[in-house]
Write a protein that binds this ligand. Structure first.
Ligand code: ATP
Ligand code: MG
Length: 408
């Protein structure tokens, strides 16, 4: 029973492969009825049949149960003369079966699960060839049953595989979505931190410039008044002069610190002016020739874009002074199709591509982060004609046409 159940064939719909075999069996044996019968605990169930309207009969009535018990072909040439079957409804009833020949269907493991049988309402004998044909067709039925099972197994295996692939794809997709969301949150947080940092720098720059600057100026004026009130000995005048010089230097330092914290030009005059001022200041100090070429309308960009580009420019310029040993630096600001593009090129020793790609120092990481946070990209590479080229591209909205070229 377990072997039969494994085939999952009981109570399934008719199939042409089995229908063809019973049709052939009936023709070859010269009888009107041929059946593929499978036997479970209570029934003889017909998977295929010709010449008979039944689909199942009680197991006890079926001649096939004897066939599977003896595991060899069973032939009753004339059932009417046999007292064992005289009250079997198949024999005594309207079907009036007289002839039965059945070949057992035996599985690979040796379990007999049913028969291929032929019946007639007339007594009959089978020739050797007909017996052989019945036996060959029985093998075909068994082969079909095995094939059918393998196909079912293959199908369910492929379904299971498909299911697993689907589950894994879904899991990967969800994992990816979670990672993207986490990355997005991290980026937003980092952007927020940067903007807070910039706000804080702006506030500090103002504090330093306004308060410290004014207090130092007041100190200088008080010093002046003091010289008028006290005895003007040469020593005293020397001390006052030196104090005044210190105060002036401190005022200069305060201005520089305030400018570095947040260049006033960036807020007041825009990105191009801020870059031009800083470029000129650094180029003069480092004995560099500097060129700035800026497309008109570049100033009309959001504050965070201007801040990001300015800070990137500052770090790139510091790197040129510190590492490049360059004579000339060229800064190009332009808009491309819905993107802002800044390139900074020097004619120095050229950056090592490995360092440019894998550097873990904060300068380049900061440049990359600032570009990424605005959805942009950066690249740093040696220029084919010598020196180094840094390029940053930020996606942005439409800008005005026209190009303004400036040189410091
Ligand atoms: N214009 C350049 N020419 C040559 N080498 C460069 C240039 N810019 C960067 N580099 C190389 O890339 C390295 C990484 O630069 P990065 O700004 O990240 O670090 P850093 O300047 O050494 O330190 P910091 O973190 O203080 O900025 C530098 O140490 C330098 O070797
Ligand atoms: Mg650096």
């Amino acid at each position: 029973m377990a072997a039969l159940r494994r085939y999952e064939i009981l109570d399934t719909a008719p199939e042409p492969a089995f229908d063809d075999i019973v049709a052939l069996a009936s023709r070859l044996c010269g009888v009107p009825i041929a059946l593929v019968v499978l036997i479970d605990e209570t029934r003889a169930w017909m998977k295929a049949g010709v010449g008979i309207p039944l689909s199942a009969i009680p197991r006890d009535l079926a001649f096939c149960k004897d066939t599977i018990r003896q595991r060899a072909m069973l032939v009753h040439e004339d059932l009417s003369g046999d007292p064992r079957f005289s009250d079997n409804p198949l024999v005594a009833g309207p079907l009036g079966v007289r002839f039965y020949a059945g070949a057992p269907l035996v599985t690979n493991e040796g379990f007999a699960i049913g028969t291929l049988c032929v019946l007639d309402s007339q007594p009959h004998t089978l020739t050797e060839v007909q017996r052989l044909a019945l036996s060959v067709l029985r093998d075909q039925v068994m082969a079909q049953i095995e094939l059918r099972q393998q196909l079912t197994q293959a199908l369910s295996l492929s379904e299971e595989l498909e299911g697993r692939v689907l589950d894994r794809t879904r899991a990967l997709y969800e994992e990816n979505m979670r990672r993207c969301a986490a990355e997005g949150e991290l980026r937003a947080l980092s952007l927020r931190l940067l903007s807070i940092q910039e706000e804080e720098r702006t506030r500090l720059a103002r504090e330093v410039h306004d308060n410290l600057g004014q207090e130092l100026t007041a100190l200088s004026m008080s010093l002046h008044r003091l010289t008028r009130l006290t005895a003007q000995t040469p020593d005293c005048l020397d001390v006052v002069a030196s104090m005044e010089q210190t105060i002036q230097e401190t005022i200069e330092s305060v201005r520089r610190i305030a400018r570095e914290l947040r260049p006033a030009a960036l807020d007041d005059l825009g990105l191009v002016s801020a870059i031009r001022c800083e470029l000129k200041r650094v180029a003069d100090r480092a004995d560099l020739r500097a060129t700035l070429c800026a497309q008109e309308g570049i100033d009309a960009i959001p504050r965070e874009h201007a801040t990001a580009l300015y800070r990137i420019f500052q770090e790139a310029l510091t790197n040129i002074v510190r590492h490049a040993d360059a004579r000339h630096v060229e800064v190009l600001l332009r808009k491309e199709d819905r993107a802002l593009d800044m390139t900074i090129r020097d004619d120095g020793i050229g950056v090592d591509p490995e360092v440019a790609k894998h550097s873990t120092s904060l300068g380049l990481i900061g440049i990359r982060e600032r570009a990424h946070q605005l959805g942009g990209v950066m690249s740093l590479m040696p220029h084919p004609d010598g020196g180094t080229l840094l390029r940053v591209t930020l996606p942005t909205t439409q800008l005005r046409e026209g190009t303004e070229c400036l040189a410091s």
